[in-house]
Design a protein around this ligand. Structure first.
Ligand code: SF4
Ligand code: MG
Length: 328
């Protein structure tokens, strides 16, 4: 069937200007990414910070405009919509941010914050608002009395639950979570991840999880897309990606202790600048397998259900088995 969301060849460069306003190159944040998300599934987009995954999420929701490429939601090109039609579409697509402080207005009670999208999109009559807010609070594991209180009265984990309730208020079909638990204390991360997993299952949500945390990804993703320097290097069903990663970059990410995140994959050197990415395979400056062809030719993303962009993917030795997370 038709995917709920389809990204076609998206490109977004952010121009850089010097003090006199002259153009001085551009950050190539997203450079030709195509992906699709089937209804009722969870796609995780992973990679180190600066790889373009947050920009990709914002392009998917048309919060920023691509330079090139298109975004199809239920087969409809979002770039072709009028501003009014796009506003109406917004109720179907919601974003959960990393920092619940930033997404909740401190001058609004929790109830008002959750009711705001209901009013904006005229979803239910005012008389039904309080009951709907109470229902949403209960869905995210909070008591209905929370509606009368203020965001600062809640812990970080509770505030993220409130932000999730607000995102769900308009019955969106697509939710994008940009590092939705990484700002929280480690002790509450698992609770919020379990809540998201329950909501995805119970509401049949289509979810795009942007995350650097492979433990979280492994827990809830159906498919995983790996980005490096603005490009997709691998995309596969989660099980296949964790069991038999094809791309050397994915292998390096997975070689880090599972569940501990991607901040420091065991690789030589830093991520090159996205202003001047290396020619050929962008990963060649850090790849332990690089050969001459890697420095000269951009590898195509090849494969069907499991795609990877590596010249040598059919010649590499099998990846070592994945270590399990250590208990405790
Ligand atoms: Fe490494 Fe070459 Fe494959 Fe790039 S194309 S990941 S440099 S082996
Ligand atoms: Mg980010």
């Amino acid at each position: 069937s038709e995917p709920l969301l389809e990204l076609r060849n998206l490109r977004k460069y952010f121009p850089l200007r010097d003090a006199l306003g002259r153009r001085r190159g551009a950050v190539r944040a997203v450079d030709g990414v195509s992906l699709s998300v089937a209804r009722g599934t969870v796609l995780a987009i992973v990679g180190e910070s600066g790889c373009g995954k947050s920009t990709l999420g914002r392009l998917a929701l048309r919060l920023i405009e691509p330079d090139v490429g298109s975004v199809l939601f239920e087969g409809e090109d979002l770039r072709a919509l009028s501003p009014a039609a796009l506003r109406a579409r917004r109720r179907d697509m919601q974003l959960i941010f990393q920092d619940p402080f930033a997404s909740l207005d401190p001058r609004m009670t929790v109830g008002a914050a959750i009711a705001e999208p209901l009013r904006l999109h005229r979803i239910i009559p005012r008389s039904g608002e309080a009951a709907r807010v109470a229902e949403l609070l209960e869905r995210v594991g909070l008591r209905p009395e929370a509606a009368r209180r203020w965001p600062h009265e809640f812990s970080g984990g509770q505030r993220q639950r409130i932000a999730i309730a607000r995102a769900l208020a308009s019955n969106p079909r697509l939710v994008i979570g940009d590092e939705p638990v990484s700002a929280l204390d480690v002790s509450v991360q698992a609770q919020v991840v379990n809540l998201l997993a329950d909501l995805i299952r119970d509401l049949g949500l289509t979810f795009v999880l942007i995350s650097h945390d492979l433990g979280v990804v492994r827990h809830i993703a159906d498919r995983v897309a790996v980005m490096y320097l603005g490009s997709l290097v691998e995309e596969a069903p989660a099980e296949a990606l964790f069991a038999a990663p094809r791309h050397p970059y994915t292998r390096a990410l997975l070689a880090a202790v599972p569940g501990r995140g991607l901040r420091a994959p065991p690789l030589e050197g830093d991520v090159p600048s996205p202003i001047a990415p290396p020619p050929g395979c962008r990963f060649h400056t850090r790849c332990p397998h690089a050969e001459a062809i890697c420095r000269e030719q951009v590898p195509a993303l090849t494969g069907e259900a499991h795609r990877a962009a590596c010249h040598l993917q059919d010649r590499l030795p099998p990846a070592p088995p994945l270590r399990e997370a250590e208990p405790g």
